[in-house]
Design a binder for this molecule. Structure first.
Ligand code: GLN
Length: 484
């Protein structure tokens, strides 16, 4: 079997049994990146020297008899994670030459578990987008059909897994940016509960919504990656002290008697018929496995997209104020201070980021603060309450991830509202702060992957992983590979 076709657990046993070394595995992955990158474009920066050095160090650890699950495993991370000494652009021109002086905690934890970094992945600029088309570093293509988008904003993270350029990746999810690309590229993607994973060293988009999570080939790998990055971080006051369970230990518990809720607002007319079919088949599978299917209601779902685009843009306008040409990032040639601020920002930010800064600044401006920002916060509470009420009766909820499979490159770029509406099923979990994952659940008539979303209670990652694992054992969708 090719190294690049392996899961983490498969490569781990090969490394442990000394069938190959991490240097060999890493070299094979670097070759794979080189061969498919012209068709996919998942990476902004590839780091071969650092990768081979880290792999050599991992081989020493393995020789000393200390082969942990992630020791010597080649991974890649979204370019939103600060990596000490390695350029970090966040998909933006404004950070084109930014070399961070320190690393994100989530990446440090992976590295300390022995993972080998292959490089930094393409994304929408500042994680704003659903298609990866707003990157300043070119588009990423969907490995299943290169005329389609991979999803966004962690499009590179999903495409790299689907094109088998990395065994697993990290992404971030503010309104769906892990789950939607995972769904479009046929991988597993999990957005943990807000507070489960440290956000320290992750370039901020909307701080009350952002979470870090893994994208992988199967649920077992997802559990392993989450276990490695989760936990309290004294450097992020929003990360919680709640103990991290051994997610892998409980995977095989099954779903007998598990109460699965179907929020009726998510099964609407207008859902793509192939998506609809995949959801119906998934519900049947769960019924067959002994789960109890119950209809529930999340009555404020209709307001989620509007609420999100007020809160996320307001927080973004504040977070992005730091890019002023003074301390880091692009600095324009200019006549005076104000001119320098204006020119640096005008030249450095792309169109979508500018649109969001303007929307957010407007929502926060004194005449409109109560009417927009405060109102959106109140509706956010109503949405959170919807989840609390629904979870009084069920253990998890099952929904589509996106209303359609991956769309064509260029199809929605001229209509931002259409793009925003494609996040309708993923945004509510961010507003509620709870965990949710996407896993492969079928294919469209044209051969594009379709994902299924499992939403869990706050800190209920164990349960959604367990439910995802049961589904995966009963189906073969996750074993299919893009023919790239
Ligand atoms: N597509 C959504 C947006 O553009 C979500 C992005 C994200 O989760 N980072 O804001």
């Amino acid at each position: 079997m090719n190294v690049f076709d392996m899961t983490i657990h498969e490569l781990h046993s090969a490394l442990k049994q000394k069938q190959l070394s991490s240097v060999e595995a890493t070299s094979a992955m670097l070759e794979r990146i080189e061969s498919v990158e012209p068709q996919v474009g998942s990476f902004i920066t590839v780091t071969p020297e650092q990768a081979l050095a880290a792999a050599a160090a991992a081989d020493k650890t393995i020789a000393a008899g200390e082969c942990q699950l992630l020791t010597g495993i080649p991974v890649a991370i979204k370019d939103i994670f600060l990596t000490e000494g390695i350029r970090t652009t966040c998909g933006s021109r404004i950070l084109e030459n930014f070399i961070p002086p320190y690393s994100a905690t989530s990446w440090e934890k992976l590295r300390d578990s022995g993972a080998v970094l292959l490089g930094k992945l393409n994304q929408d600029e500042f994680a704003m987008g659903s298609s990866n088309e707003s990157s300043a570093y070119g588009i990423t293509r969907n490995p299943w059909d290169t005329s389609c988008i991979p999803g966004g904003s962690s499009g590179g993270s999903a495409a790299a897994v689907a094109a088998r350029q990395a065994l697993a990746t990290l992404g971030t999810d503010t309104g769906g940016s892990i789950r939607q690309p995972a769904s479009h590229c046929g991988c597993v993607g999990l957005k943990p509960t807000y507070g489960r994973v440290s956000r320290y060293g992750v370039i901020a988009y909307a701080s009350s919504l952002d979470q870090v999570g893994p994208l992988t080939r199967d649920v077992a790998d997802c559990a392993a990656m989450l276990g490695a990055i989760a936990g309290h971080d004294p450097k992020d006051s929003t990360s919680v002290e709640t103990a991290v369970p051994d997610y892998r230990a409980t995977l095989a518990r099954g779903v007998k008697g598990l109460k699965i809720g179907l929020p009726k607002e998510y099964f609407i007319d207008g859902l793509d018929p192939d998506v609809q079919k995949a959801m119906e088949a998934a519900i049947d599978t769960y019924r067959r496995l002994g789960a109890e299917i119950i209809e529930v209601s999340l009555p404020h779902t209709d307001y989620a997209v509007a609420t999100y685009y007020l809160i996320a843009t307001a927080e973004a306008s504040s977070n992005l104020a730091r890019y002023d040409g003074v301390r880091f990032g692009h600095r324009a040639e200019a006549g005076g201070l104000l001119d320098m601020y204006t020119k640096s920002r005008s030249e450095g930010f792309g169109a979508e980021v500018k649109r969001r800064i303007m929307l957010g600044t407007y929502a926060l401006s004194s005449g409109y603060y109560d009417a927009y920002y405060v109102k959106a916060q109140k509706v956010r509470t109503l949405i959170m309450n919807d989840f609390t009420s629904a979870f009084a009766n069920v253990d998890v909820m099952l929904t589509p991830v996106a209303p359609t499979p991956a769309f064509k490159i260029g199809e929605k770029t001229s209509d931002p509202l259409q793009m925003y509406l494609s996040d309708i099923f993923t945004i509510p979990a961010n507003l509620a702060g709870t965990c949710a994952m996407s896993l492969p659940a079928g294919f469209s008539a044209t051969g594009l992957p379709i994902g299924l979303q499992l939403i869990g209670t706050p800190f209920g990652e164990e349960t959604i992983l367990q439910a995802g694992y049961a589904f995966e054992q009963a189906t073969e969708w996750h074993t299919r590979k893009a023919t790239i």
